[in-house]
Design a protein around this ligand. Structure first.
Ligand code: SAM
Ligand code: SF4
Ligand code: SF4
Length: 300
């Protein structure tokens, strides 16, 4: 992130904290829910399998920008499946940047060639070492690692959703992030137990062990794009939910925080680190504020 953008971002945050405002700063656009995979832990793929039109996504971007959103995520389904005429996901990123979003990130399963140098971060899902990743995400580990090595920029951040299958592979993913070219960092979530994947949820004790491993890895120099100060709240699920400064757009419909807000009882078991990090930030938690400034300056 350019330093000027960083200052605007920080100023915006301070204004929201002091003013106790709930205006959104972080927005996600779901470009399609179509996906080439059917991961064990995922409940949001191929429900409609519609690829949303370019004009609609442009108007969603404008609406979010007008509401004050400055950090934009493109998510899916699989984002790299999005195309229309000659346009691809890369064009959406370039358009978002030109519109004035300060940070534009993309979430992907990494199974397609990665040519997205304009994105600030590409959050690329890697859910373990080869064995555990493949147990969750079909047989994709080797393809993904090849795509990472062949990527045209070093803006990749591994993205791991920790669940019962891969809870023992946190260290391996950390080391992959540290030792593989083109990877800038790694970021984590705990499994959020939708009704059809409840059995994959972690207990409080299991979350605590994972956070201990991540903390140790941070001390050993692994680049982790999360806030240690939010870990105690994540372990006990005692952060405020939903995130009122986060919004998601899917097919013209705006929701607060995530599409999952409609699932009864899910927010109390939320495992998404960004929710804890942003809600604590906007509650004025000083340790979180300082760590977020440091972390964003380092990795974006
Ligand atoms: C829904 S996927 C969409 C983007 C892309 N297809 C991918 O897999 O990265 C976005 C992220 O959500 C994660 N995810 C899916 N279901 C989850 C759940 N129930 N709890 C936590 N993370 C989940 C995935 O592992 C992935 O990192
Ligand atoms: S690749 Fe992403 S959207 Fe597709 S099934 Fe896996 S987690 Fe869900
Ligand atoms: S479960 Fe609730 S708090 Fe968590 S991301 Fe979804 S809407 Fe937000």
């Amino acid at each position: 992130m350019k330093f000027s953008s960083f200052l605007r971002f920080a100023g915006y945050g301070v204004q929201s904290i002091l003013g106790r405002e709930h205006r959104p700063i972080l927005g996600t656009i779901i470009v399609t829910d179509k996906c080439n995979l059917k991961c064990r832990h995922c409940s949001v793929n191929n429900i409609t399998a519609v690829i949303h039109p370019h004009a609609q996504i442009q108007s969603e971007m404008q609406q979010l920008y007008g509401m004050g959103v400055r950090i934009l995520f493109f998510c899916g389904g699989e984002t790299f499946l999005w195309r229309e005429g000659g346009k691809t996901l890369r064009d959406l990123v370039v358009e978002a940047k030109a519109m004035g979003f300060l940070i534009v990130n993309v979430v992907t399963n990494g199974t397609f060639p990665i040519e997205l140098p304009e994105a600030d971060l590409i959050l690329l899902s890697l859910d373990g070492d080869r064995e555990r990743h493949n147990a969750i995400r079909e047989n994709t580990y080797d393809t993904i690692l090849t795509n990472i090595r062949n990527a045209t920029a070093d803006n990749i951040c591994l993205y791991m959703a920790i669940n019962q299958i891969n809870k023992g592979a946190v260290r391996e993913v950390c080391l992959t992030a540290r030792d593989t070219p083109n990877i800038r960092a790694v970021s984590f979530n705990f499994h959020t137990p939708y009704p059809d994947t409840k059995e994959l949820a972690l207990s409080r004790e299991e979350k605590a062990v994972c956070c201990q491993v991540i903390t140790r890895m941070m001390r050993e120099g692994v680049p982790v794009f999360n806030l240690k100060s939010a870990f105690p709240y994540l372990i006990d699920n005692r952060f405020p939910t939903p995130c009122r400064q986060c919004v998601v757009m899917e097919n013209g419909k705006l929701s607060t925080c995530g599409r999952c807000i409609e699932v009864p009882g899910l927010c109390e078991q939320c495992g998404y680190f960004f929710v804890a990090e942003y809600t604590l930030l906007f509650r004025g938690n000083l340790r979180v504020i300082l760590e977020m400034l440091r972390t964003y300056l380092k990795y974006i």
